[in-house]
Ligand binder design. Structure first.
Ligand SMILES: Cc1cc2nc3c(=O)[nH]c(=O)nc-3n(C[C@H](O)[C@H](O)[C@H](O)COP(=O)(O)OP(=O)(O)OC[C@H]3O[C@@H](n4cnc5c(N)ncnc54)[C@H](O)[C@@H]3O)c2cc1C
Length: 288
């Protein structure tokens, strides 16, 4: 199908973009990589009257490490995240997620800001973003807001973003010491989207006990979630196979799973348990 008519506007600064969003409130959409929004418009699931293309605002694309955290600009592409030296060294789960998104064209154009603002329940990043305790920084007419990832993803295709706000950056605290992280997924074969994806971030103390565990799951429910019961069951334990299995069997407890042509709800709940365990095992291996 062909999209509804729209006016295309290209601001060159972040301030201009926010002003335009405010001016055309409720009738405008931000365009980043276009790999989710353009298909939605062509299917007429979205019909903005104004498209505000932020793709030419260079101040939105960066990966920086400073003061114990990594800051990733909203316009940073999946390819840049996948290949960033800092992300590969410090946030392996996020680099893993970026590398597994779609295909090379999608990774070259799609952006992290666009992906999290879109909040597809099968998107890859949310699992890592939640497990890494990221903060989403937004900018709107009233200024900046800092939203913890746990408050950002609200429901299917729904975030805490106001209609006149732009995602500006994602901030992720870095952990020192013996730590490892990984993201693994079962992909839907045609699109690459996650039927189930799991990110694990673990910390080991000097005696090899799990002192920190964070697990994010995507693709299973209406939005990504933390496997809280598994995390609690693993903290303070030595990571023996039976301990991991018993704890990860709780990964999807209490979750209402999606049920569609790609996978039944029961299958997704099962995948969550299996992928949580595999992600934790991979994270432990990387921690050495
Ligand atoms: C064939 C194909 C396969 C794919 N496979 C995967 C996959 O395996 N895993 C996966 O996770 N994703 C996948 N995607 C989605 C892809 O990652 C998109 O790039 C991403 O979801 C959206 O990013 P974008 O920059 O393209 O955003 P756009 O399409 O430009 O925008 C998406 C939405 O976010 C809003 N938006 C964009 N940027 C901002 C911002 N800075 N602030 C506020 N709102 C903003 C837009 O208004 C729009 O509502 C796939 C897409 C395609 C076409």
């Amino acid at each position: 199908m062909i999209a509804h008519n729209f006016e295309y506007i290209v601001p060159t600064s972040l301030g201009d973009a926010v002003n335009l969003l405010q001016k055309h409130a409720g009738r405008a959409k931000v365009l980043a990589g276009g790999h989710s929004l353009i298909p939605m418009m062509k299917l007429r699931l979205a019909g903005p009257e104004f498209l505000i293309d932020i793709g030419r605002i260079p101040e939105l694309a960066y990966v920086k490490e400073e003061s114990g955290r990594i800051r990733i600009g909203a316009l940073t592409t999946h390819h840049t995240i996948q290949t960033s030296d800092v992300v590969q060294r410090r946030l392996r789960a996020l680099a893993d997620a970026a590398a597994l998104i779609g295909d090379v064209q999608v990774r070259n154009k799609g952006t992290i800001g666009g992906s999290i603002a879109h909040a597809d329940p099968a998107a890859d990043y949310p699992a890592s973003i939640l497990a890494l305790d990221a903060t989403v920084v937004t900018l709107g007419p009233k200024g900046e807001r800092q939203l913890p990832a746990s408050k950002f993803f609200v429901d299917m295709m729904t975030t805490a973003l106001e209609h006149n706000e732009i995602v500006r950056e994602i901030q992720i605290p870095v952990k020192d010491g013996r730590t490892g992280s990984a993201y693994l997924k079962m992909a839907q074969k045609a699109s690459g989207f996650a039927i189930c994806g799991a990110a694990a971030i673990i910390e080991l103390d000097d005696s090899g006990v799990l002192s920190g565990v964070a697990i994010g799951i995507t693709g299973v429910g209406s939005h990504a979630f933390r496997a809280n019961k598994t995390e609690a069951a693993l903290k303070g334990q030595r990571p023996a196979p039976d301990v991991l299995k018993a704890a990860c069997d709780k990964a999807s407890d209490g979750i209402i799973a999606l049920d569609d042509i790609h996978a039944s709800a029961d299958y997704r709940l099962d995948l969550a348990r299996i992928y949580a365990r595999r992600a934790v095992e991979a994270a432990i291996e990387r921690a050495g």
